[in-house]
Design a protein around this ligand. Structure first.
Ligand code: GUN
Length: 298
C-alpha cells in the first residue's frame, strides 16, 4: 500500500482564502478590521522567520498586523505592561507572544496575563479549561490544524483509536482534547511510555509531536492508519553539501508512507496549517469580541 499524501500546503491556502473572504465581509458589513499583535522577545532566528511570515499572511488576509520586537533583556514587568496595553487596545483582537521566552521571564505568567478572549494561541489556562470542558474556546493553532486535516482525510472521527505522541501544552495535550471531543478513544504517549511501537500499532490515527527526527517508523504503523507528523527537525544533509541541513519530521516518511492510508509530509503538511489557523482564530476572536456569530465556513 502507498499512503495518500495529505496536502497541508494546499489546505492551508484554501483556509487562508476563506479567512480573507470572512475579513472582507466583516469590513463591508460591520466596519470591523480584525487586528493581530505579535510579540517577539529576543533574536531566535527560527522565531524571527515565523513572526515575519505571520505578519505577511495577516496583511494578505486583509487584517491589521502589529509587530513588537523587544530585546532579549526585556524584563517580565515590561512584557506584562505591553500585554496589558494590548489587552486594552480595541483595535487588537488577537495577541500572540512568541515562545520560547528568555529564561528570566515566566511563560505562564505572561500567557495568563493575556485577555483569554484575545488569546489566539489558546494557551491561557481559561482556554485550556474551556477546551477540556467542552465550552467555546480559542484552540491552539497547530493541533487545530491537525484536526482539520484529519477530518478532511477521514470524515467522522467518532470511535477511532488515536495515539498522540508527545504531551506538550502547545500540541500534545490540546490535540488529545480535540480528538476526545470528536469521540476518539485517545492515548497520550510520552517519553516514559512502555513499548511505544505496540501502543502505536493499535492506532487508526497517529499524531507525532515529540521533536525526535524520524522516530516513528513504518513497522510501528497499523496498515491504513492516518499519520499526522507535527515534527520540524533540522538535521545535517551532507548530500546537499558541507554544513547543509534539511528538515524532517518525527515520522520516517518513506517507511510509514508504505503502510499508512494517509500521511502528512514534512515540509508541506502540518506546518502551513499553523499560521492559517492563527488567522482563523483572530477572525473568530474579533467576531466574538464584537458580539457577532462565528463566521460561516471557519
Ligand atoms: N512557538 C512554537 N510554536 C508556537 C505557537 O504556536 N505559538 C507561540 N506563541 N509560540 C510558539
Amino acid at each position: 500500500m502507498t499512503a495518500r499524501i495529505i496536502d497541508g500546503k494546499a489546505f492551508a491556502a484554501t483556509l487562508r482564502q476563506r479567512v480573507g473572504a470572512a475579513v472582507a465581509g466583516l469590513k463591508a458589513d460591520h466596519g470591523l478590521t480584525p487586528g493581530l499583535a505579535v510579540v517577539l522577545v529576543g533574536e531566535d532566528p527560527a522565531s524571527e522567520i515565523y513572526v515575519r511570515n505571520k505578519g505577511l499572511q495577516t496583511v494578505e488576509a486583509g487584517m491589521a498586523s502589529f509587530e513588537y520586537k523587544l530585546p532579549a533583556t526585556t524584563s517580565e514587568a515590561e512584557l506584562l505592561a505591553l500585554v496589558g496595553q494590548l489587552n486594552a487596545d480595541a483595535g487588537v483582537h488577537g495577541i500572540l507572544v512568541q515562545l520560547p521566552l528568555p529564561k528570566h521571564i515566566s511563560e505562564a505568567a505572561v500567557i495568563n496575563a493575556i485577555d483569554p478572549d484575545k488569546d489566539v494561541d489558546g494557551f491561557h489556562v481559561i482556554n485550556a479549561g474551556r477546551l477540556a470542558t467542552g465550552q467555546p474556546a480559542l484552540v491552539p493553532c497547530t493541533p487545530y490544524g491537525c484536526l482539520l486535516l484529519l477530518k478532511d482525510a477521514l470524515g467522522d472521527l467518532a470511535g477511532k483509536s488515536a495515539v498522540v505522541i508527545g504531551r506538550s501544552n502547545i500540541v500534545g495535550k490540546p490535540m488529545a482534547q480535540l480528538l476526545l471531543a470528536e469521540s476518539c478513544t485517545v492515548t497520550v504517549a510520552h517519553s516514559k511510555t512502555r513499548d511505544l511501537p505496540a501502543v502505536v500499532a493499535g492506532a487508526d490515527i497517529v499524531v507525532a509531536a515529540v521533536g525526535r527526527p524520524r522516530m516513528v517508523t513504518g513497522d510501528w504503523i497499523k496498515p491504513g492508519a492516518a499519520v499526522i507528523d507535527v515534527g520540524i527537525n533540522r538535521i545535517p544533509a551532507p548530500e546537499k553539501g558541507e554544513g547543509a541541513t534539511r528538515v524532517v519530521g518525527d515520522v520516517d516518511f518513506a517507511s510509514a508512507a508504505a503502510v499508512a492510508g494517509a500521511i502528512t509530509p514534512v515540509p508541506g503538511g502540518v506546518g502551513p496549517m499553523t499560521i492559517a489557523c492563527l488567522l482563523r482564530n483572530t477572525v473568530v476572536a474579533a467576531c466574538r469580541q464584537a458580539g457577532l456569530a462565528d463566521p460561516a465556513g471557519l
